[in-house]
Write a protein that binds this ligand. Sequence first.
Ligand SMILES: Nc1ncnc2c1ncn2[C@@H]1O[C@H](COP(=O)(O)OP(=O)(O)O)[C@@H](O)[C@H]1O
Ligand SMILES: [Mg+2]
Length: 317
Amino acid sequence: MSVKTYELTKYFNKLCAVDHINLEIGNESFGLLGPNGAGKTTTVLILTTLLKPGTGDAYVCGYDVVKEAKKVRNVISYVPQDMAVDIKLTGRENVLLFAKLYGVADRKKKVDEVLELMGLSERADDRVNSYSGGMRRRLELAQALVHEPQVLFLDEPTLGLDVSARRKMWEHISSLKKKGVTIFITTHYMDEADKFCDRVAIIDRGKIVAMDSPAKLKNSIGKDVITASVSGEFKGLNIEGITFLGREIDNIKFTAESGSEALPLLSEALSRQGLKVHSLSVREPSLDDVFLQKVGTQEEQGSFDDYKFRTLLRRRK
Ligand SMILES: Nc1ncnc2c1ncn2[C@@H]1O[C@H](COP(=O)(O)OP(=O)(O)O)[C@@H](O)[C@H]1O
Ligand SMILES: [Mg+2]
């Protein structure tokens, strides 16, 4: 087992950041998904031995993260959310530094190899301050790989990257998976996790609310999802077979056995309550919909995006 936790819990004063989490992760790519403030980084910090857990247990490759922290550190790598490369050095120098730190044998060859793996060979001898955001992130990955970790922890590796840099980053992460590295990744981009992770866990306010393969989680909704783009106040709906899923600002989501059959009924009912309906669309469930279903209700939670927004507001206060 690459990662195992048992009732792992961490409080910051009265705030429960990680709430009785149980994980069993084998050789796979595992995504911990959730909005800002859900407890993703705190979980990663505990698993990488950088933060002491409150209660419960956590093991990485069979080693206890508290009692055998040193052994854990030997078998893992961690790429934090914030920048971890020296921009005054070249790419190669940055990786070499890590190779020395870890006492890697046959250093030069290994450094070449990881730079190549991350698509950085051509620019390896340029200073990092000339690298794009995507290249810097890949350099961090190269650094993290130089001592051949068994488990790689990546905290929001695609945050702040543009679409093409994100795609490239994921391609590189996928290639590591093929090499047999266990990948533990956090992200709040649900669509990315859907494509690249073998299994995901959705975390909300410290609690795991769902855990499975993306396909199974989406199938668990078992219905079509209808999105109505509207303006005006939604007063609820009472049509048999159509269930309110949640609201994301001007988009109201519903589920129905057959989306196409539900469309005309829905259109009429929404218009009747004075809503202006701009568009109605039917599609298969996404992980965002799973999140909505598990944690979002109109009254107390809203959607994933609303939630992010409110978390930001809460932090500003
Ligand atoms: N060192 C800390 N002291 C106090 N509160 C913290 C600390 N680190 C994180 N938190 C709080 O714990 C919760 C979870 O944070 P975090 O794990 O960083 O979430 P995520 O990575 O999912 O955005 C948040 O409410 C955050 O404000
Ligand atoms: Mg975080």
